[in-house]
Design a protein around this ligand. Structure first.
Ligand SMILES: C[S@@+](CC[C@H](N)C(=O)[O-])C[C@H]1O[C@@H](n2cnc3c(N)ncnc32)[C@H](O)[C@@H]1O
Length: 347
């Protein structure tokens, strides 16, 4: 990150973010990311200043050698394809920043999902979170099956199906109807063959920023690493609350702090297209350039949207907690304000 920014900070002058962006040829849609980089570099002491006053180069941070990154990744339980991807993103930062290369070329080379699977399924933290989500969903289904059979499950932004793998394994023999959805057909086609053995699984396009108001009722919504794409998290959680039957639940996996390796890789996917608003402009993230909410913010947003947060994993003293990813379970309470037929039909 510093290696990419440093040439634009040459000398001892204070430079505005716009000036640095222009010198780096940072594409306008990615400039929120430059502001995040500069904040991260300031926190590490290699630049001084802030976005109002501008920034000045302060000193080098030790750039890990290629070998180091692979070793660090291995220590964190990240697989080699993930380490290779992070290194490739780092190597191509200036092209990514200027939009002359798209991150998708590195994450899905020739449409291959191996790297994305390494990022979202085959690493220590994802394995823990997906197993925990699977267990939580199976417990919910077990509790709901007396009243609702089949229990209706909607998965949003299911993508490569990393969470789906563990949830479907945990649901074996339980009465469910499972709607695997994503905003992109790319993932749906792969999922149709991958989950072909589950007759209770359906596949469809759902854009959570456009389509939640038109969905039928569900008992459980699973959203793994996708809710941060909400234009406004309060609006999206409110819509999820309203499409759930009382007693139903959301199971959410989210990262609660953006680490540097995310700021220089997968965060490029969060820059809006020309006709889209930026995620978070009108919610708790407004003015921060953050994509991820903190753990406390997630709890607060769940409560503000009418959910009762029941479970957050891993607990603070668990070794995986240092990677700042969490599973949240929010229950839509049974409420006397709900009409008697709310369990089966729209309000
Ligand atoms: C980081 S991936 C997570 C994939 C998967 N849930 C997992 O954790 O393994 C984010 C997924 O959300 C999808 N996505 C992005 N914006 C979305 C939206 N507005 N509505 C629904 N899905 C969206 C992407 O296509 C992608 O598959």
């Amino acid at each position: 990150m510093l290696a990419a920014v440093e040439p634009a900070l040459s000398g001892s002058d204070i430079r505005t973010v716009d000036d640095i962006a222009a010198r780096m040829e940072f594409a306008p849609r990615h400039r929120w990311l430059l502001r995040q980089w500069l904040r991260a570099l300031a926190a590490h002491g290699s630049v001084e200043g802030d976005s109002d006053r501008g920034y000045r180069y302060a000193g080098p941070v030790r750039e890990p050698a290629r070998q180091d990154l692979v070793e660090v990744c291995a220590d964190l339980g990240y697989s080699r394809p993930l380490a290779t991807f992070l290194q490739a993103s780092d190597d191509h930062l200036t092209e990514l920043a200027s939009d002359t290369m798209r991150l998708q070329e590195l994450l899905f080379p020739n449409g291959d999902m191996t790297t994305a699977e390494a990022a979202y399924r085959d690493n220590l933290s994802s394995r823990y979170l997906n197993l925990a989500a699977g267990r939580a969903v199976a417990d919910l289904v077990d509790g709901l099956r007396g009243d609702r059979s089949p229990v209706r499950i909607l998965e949003l932004g299911a993508g490569i199906g990393g969470t789906t793998d563990d949830v479907t394994a945990a649901l074996s023999g339980l009465p469910v109807e499972y709607h695997f959805t994503d905003v992109s057909t790319f993932f749906l086609e792969a999922a149709k063959s991958r989950f072909a053995d589950y007759p209770w699984m359906r596949f469809g396009l759902v854009d959570m920023n456009a389509d939640l108001g038109n969905q039928p009722r569900y008992d459980i919504v699973i959203a793994a690493n996708v809710l941060h794409n909400a234009y406004d998290i309060g609006v999206t959680l409110g819509q999820l609350h309203d499409l759930l039957n009382p007693g139903g639940a959301v199971v959410v996996i989210e990262t609660c702090h953006a680490h540097c390796e995310q700021l220089t890789s997968v965060h490029f996917l969060m820059s809006p297209g020309s006709d889209q608003p930026h995620a978070g402009l009108t919610d708790v993230r407004a003015g921060t350039d953050r994509i991820f909410l903190t753990e406390d913010e997630w709890r607060e947003q769940l409560v503000a949207s009418g959910f009762t947060p029941e479970l957050v994993l891993p607990e603070a003293d668990h070794p995986v907690a240092m990677l700042d990813q969490r599973v949240f379970l929010g229950i839509r309470p049974l409420s006397r304000l709900d009409p008697p037929d709310a369990a089966t039909g729209k309000e």
